[in-house]
Ligand binder design. Structure first.
Ligand SMILES: CC(C)(COP(=O)(O)OP(=O)(O)OC[C@H]1O[C@@H](n2cnc3c(N)ncnc32)[C@H](O)[C@@H]1OP(=O)(O)O)[C@@H](O)C(=O)NCCC(=O)NCCS
Length: 177
């Protein structure tokens, strides 16, 4: 039996490395994103964000944009980003200096990788005196929503875009965590 979303056992404690993204990771990240983004435009869009961070683009610096990867035996098995949130997410926050968890994907679920990536960016955010983490997850990722509840995020409301698409917003204070 594979360790799918509905498997009964507690997830494993990931023992690999969590580190900032680097240029050599792009190909592994592309493979992970391609598992989830079947539309080539989406795939390019999200890979471009990663490249911008690696290349220290002016936008990446302006938005304090960073990515971390989980590495296991030389292979990237998960990726997470964070940045200063856009106004539509700031509207859901409660503290003065929020960050946005932007894009979290793992190669294989329920091996403890997502938890370790979130713990790492919360630690980084705290070091930089951010006060809160907010995130948006569109309806298409609904299957992952209980994961964010499990990670201690609280549901802050539904965000509906002008296009009509919508999703769930979460927030988590990081001042006392
Ligand atoms: C959602 C995702 C990031 C979670 O990462 P993960 O590595 O599978 O999660 P972990 O193994 O670290 O799980 C941590 C805890 O959450 C639980 N959990 C993980 N995914 C879950 C899910 N879909 N539903 C319910 N619980 C879940 C685990 O059982 C574990 O529980 P525990 O505290 O009892 O051990 C990952 O499964 C993924 O990439 N999914 C597909 C893409 C996606 O939906 N990304 C989010 C877009 S917003």
């Amino acid at each position: 039996m594979e360790a799918g979303f509905d498997s009964p056992w507690r997830c494993m404690d990931f023992q690999g490395l969590i580190r900032p993204v680097s240029k050599k990771d792009i190909s592994d990240i592309k493979d992970i994103y391609a598992q989830f983004y079947t539309n080539p435009e989406d795939l390019t869009h999200f890979l471009d964000r990663v490249e911008e961070v690696i290349n220290h683009s002016s936008d990446a610096i302006k938005w304090d944009f960073h990515y971390f990867v989980a590495e296991d035996e030389g292979e990237v098995v998960g990726v997470i980003g964070y940045r200063i949130p856009p106004q539509k997410l700031i509207d859901f926050t409660k503290t003065p200096k929020p960050l946005e968890l932007y894009s979290l994907f793992v190669r294989n679920p329920k091996l403890g990788v997502g938890r370790k990536l979130i713990e790492k960016i919360l630690e980084e955010a705290k070091k930089s005196n951010y006060t809160e983490m907010v995130l948006y997850s569109s309806d298409k990722w609904k299957v992952s929503w209980p994961f964010y509840d499990r990670m201690g995020f609280e549901r802050a409301g539904i965000l509906t875009h002008t296009s009509g698409s919508s999703g769930q917003v979460w927030r988590k204070d990081i001042t006392n965590s």
